[in-house]
Ligand binder design. Sequence first.
Ligand SMILES: Cc1cc2nc3c(=O)[nH]c(=O)nc-3n(C[C@H](O)[C@H](O)[C@H](O)COP(=O)(O)OP(=O)(O)OC[C@H]3O[C@@H](n4cnc5c(N)ncnc54)[C@H](O)[C@@H]3O)c2cc1C
Length: 432
Amino acid sequence: MMTMQESPEMAAATDSLAQEAITLAAKLLSQSLESETAEEKKDAVKLAAMMEDPAGKELTFHLTDRILRAPEPKRAAQLFRALLQSYGAPRYLSGPDRLLMKLGAEVSRFLPTVVMPAITERLRRESRKVILPAEEKELTLHIERRKAEQAQVNLNLLGEAVLSEEEANKRLEQNLSALLEKTTNYLSVKLSALFSQINLTAYEDTRRELSARLRLLYQAAQTQQPPAFVNLDMEEYRDLHLTLDVFQEVLAEPEFFKLRAGIVLQAYLPDAFPLQQELTEWAKKRVDEGGAPIKVRLVKGANLAMEKVDAELHHWELAPYDNKADVDANYKRMLHYACKPENARAVNLGVASHNLFDLSYAMVLRKKNGVENAVEIEMLEGMAAPQCPSGSRGSRQDSLLLPRGQRCRLRGRHCLPDPASGREHHRRKLPP
Ligand SMILES: Cc1cc2nc3c(=O)[nH]c(=O)nc-3n(C[C@H](O)[C@H](O)[C@H](O)COP(=O)(O)OP(=O)(O)OC[C@H]3O[C@@H](n4cnc5c(N)ncnc54)[C@H](O)[C@@H]3O)c2cc1C
């Protein structure tokens, strides 16, 4: 914790914060273990086994990502066999399951229309806690169920960058109708899913086209009362400046002056902190002039592997830091900056992590700075449900996000009992 200190007093203050965070993290962990259900325990054991099986983990990731989205059984069967051949049957599965998988691959050569739906169904069942079905009917049912539980849904269509304008338009239509039909009041999108022809050498044209599409989403968001929340997710480093430019350009338009919208910053990028400062200055001016605050979701960054490939392919310097300690230090630096009351009023913060220490650190810091209502905790539901810190430690807004499939995120379920009061905070209704 000494890396970003300017004086011994500051070092001592940060060390004491760290100590408090460690104590809180330990408390949260032990309470979560106590309140863990048998099913959650079983899931955790399975997840841990998968994490210890790198090839099995990769295979599962690709199966879920690609097979579920394969257009037809024959193509899905080819993909399935190719993946199984590359990675082998996962070690973390039971013997009978491994055997079934191999058998399925063989039979899929002759009967893809019989085997692949069965495999897809099994994949859906296995991943149902983290990825929800995209089909209209099932999604609507799910969302209605969550609404009845007073939870909010953050809709995030899964999938890689779109490759055609047809696909981009389809995604845009889906997102627009989710907002217009009020299926969700919290939508996450990424630039690469909005436009298939992102070209940084035609920067102005690309920016104009993306702005036009984001404008449609913001307009649709404003048809709800209160307006829905639209978040721009962040992916590759090369889209960072473009995403920020489009975000600021559209939000600066008079019709969106009162709209609160969000963007993600990735702390694994050394560029992220200076950009956070610029964005904060911009947002402060906006708020001083009567505009709505914006929200930044602070993450570490999920694209390290691709950034490495990109850097090696092009002989570029690696865009992210090349070690975890620097990433963690930058995360804290950005957290401290964001939690200053004068910044948090203009840039609300979502602390998105599954690192219990970082979450506890943020909770201690926001309380110390009195910015509980501007700083919320965000976790992916299904990844660490029992560890979700209770919002009652300060913020009204702590949330779980549930990827669904294509993907949606659900906010506000399975929170821990509050360590202070012992009260539970399941299924709270949370503002976006
Ligand atoms: C609600 C939610 C929303 C998210 N949205 C996004 C998003 O829009 N965009 C996005 O990119 N990510 C997103 N993420 C994922 C996030 O960026 C992290 O990848 C993930 O949360 C793991 O980080 P951690 O703090 O939970 O865990 P930790 O284990 O503390 O940190 C793991 C992270 O540290 C970094 N890291 C680890 N080893 C190295 C190394 N050797 N060199 C450099 N860096 C290293 C990586 O960023 C890695 O993901 C989101 C996460 C959550 C919970």
